[in-house]
Design a protein. Structure first.
Length: 398
């Protein structure tokens, strides 16, 4: 899903004013080029050329106001949408069970609510700016049409070729690399958390610390290789745009005069137009990876939300039911209580139970057992953080 679909999904009343102003600013910028080229052909000593100066100032003001307002409004809109999405997903997280959150992984949730939302916010402004650049390139292409039809045809064919190549070839390969890199980043974050949260255990067990660090080095190496590979693809993509750009100039400069009736003045105008659109064109091409990253970030966030939706159990909350806090009790009885930790396929990995236990108010109880014997799981069952697979918990025989 791209940013446009995301905006339609999340906005109650889509605001199209930024898009209209971006188009207006692009037209004004394209007309500025025409004014510059026409005015430069009329330059003469002692001639102010007041008419073109007024046109220049008028178009420049429209361009600056339209683009500034559109980008500010885009920043405001995307910030509001991100706040809305974060609040909605955070609410679903707090309504999920502890077991489901543990299965999903804190690292993944944290990464998608911070890194991915940040990626979307950052990309939105760049993509809006790139959209304005793209329209401006189209306006300049229309200007070339009035100079030379053949030059216009060469321009259109060249730009369409590059666009199709990026969308259907580059995006697919870049998409796959981003997926792999994201998964490796999660593994790296998870292992770093293990070092920090398990610091005491690793500190007193040198063999475990060495083994963990060795595995961490391997994961970091794999992550580095993936990111380097992704970086190489990005460099290839940037350099290809440069090759295309200068090839286009060579065709206009050497081939166009040989196969058409284009004059030297026409060639100069086309090349001047091409030089003018170099920065916008490079910006547009450079934003394609950002567009891919933002689309991937949106997919990640919606996938996380869909997974949370599948875990949330519908029904009234304790507050809605009017349940009161238990201030005292006589006995808590666990009868035939069973619980299993399961993998994503539902296969039991670790089972606790059947548990038979009666706890009296004021009683002091020690729960002893080795690592992995189920002490923490029992406490989570007793507190209601885990739901037992079978059995019953009685409070004062209720």
């Amino acid at each position: 899903m791209d940013l446009i679909q995301f905006y339609k999904n999340e906005s109650e009343e889509p605001d199209f004013i930024p898009a209209v102003l971006v188009v207006t600013a692009s037209i004004a910028q394209g007309l500025l080029l025409a004014v510059i080229i026409q005015a430069s052909s009329l330059v003469a000593p002692g001639n102010l050329n007041f008419q073109y100066l007024l046109k220049y100032i008028f178009l420049f003001v429209i361009f600056m106001y339209g683009k500034t307002y559109a980008l500010k409004k885009t920043s405001e809109i995307i910030s509001d949408l991100m706040e809305k999405v974060k609040l909605r997903i955070s609410d679903k997280i707090r309504k999920s069970s502890l077991l489901d959150i543990e299965r999903m992984g804190n690292e993944r949730i944290y990464a998608q609510l911070t890194n991915d939302t940040g990626q979307i916010t950052e990309s939105a402004l760049m993509i809006m700016n790139s959209f304005q650049s793209c329209i401006m390139v189209c306006i300049c292409a229309i200007y070339i049409l009035f100079i030379s039809q053949l030059a216009f045809l060469i321009s259109v064919v060249s730009f369409v070729f590059v666009f199709v190549l990026y969308i259907f070839v580059f995006r697919k390969s870049y998409d796959e690399e981003l997926d792999k890199t994201f998964q490796k980043d999660l593994s790296t974050m998870e292992m770093l958390n293990q070092i920090l949260y398990g610091f005491k255990e690793l500190k007193i067990n040198q063999a475990m610390s060495d083994e963990h660090f060795k595995h961490y080095q391997e994961v970091l190496k794999e992550t580095r290789e993936l990111k380097t590979k992704t970086g190489y693809k990005y460099v290839t993509h940037i350099m290809f745009s440069q090759v295309f750009y200068y090839t286009f100039f060579a065709i206009i400069l050497f081939v166009l005069p040989a196969v058409s009736s284009a004059t030297a003045n026409d060639v100069i105008k086309v090349i001047a137009t091409g030089m003018f659109v170099m920065s916008p064109f490079n910006m547009f091409v450079g934003t394609i990876p950002l567009y891919i990253k933002s689309s991937k970030a949106i997919d990640n966030i919606y996938r996380l939300e869909k997974e949370l939706d599948s875990h949330i159990k519908t029904g009234p909350t304790a507050t809605e039911l009017g349940l009161k806090k238990i201030t005292s009790f006589k006995t808590i009885e666990l009868k035939d209580l069973n619980f299993s930790h399961r993998d994503t396929n539902g296969t039991a990995l670790f089972t606790v139970g059947p548990i038979h236990l009666t706890i009296h108010s004021g009683e002091l109880i020690f729960i002893a057992g080795g690592n992995g014997s189920g002490k923490t799981t029992l406490m989570k069952l007793l507190c209601g953080l885990y739901e037992p697979d079978s059995g019953t918990i009685f409070l004062d025989q209720n």
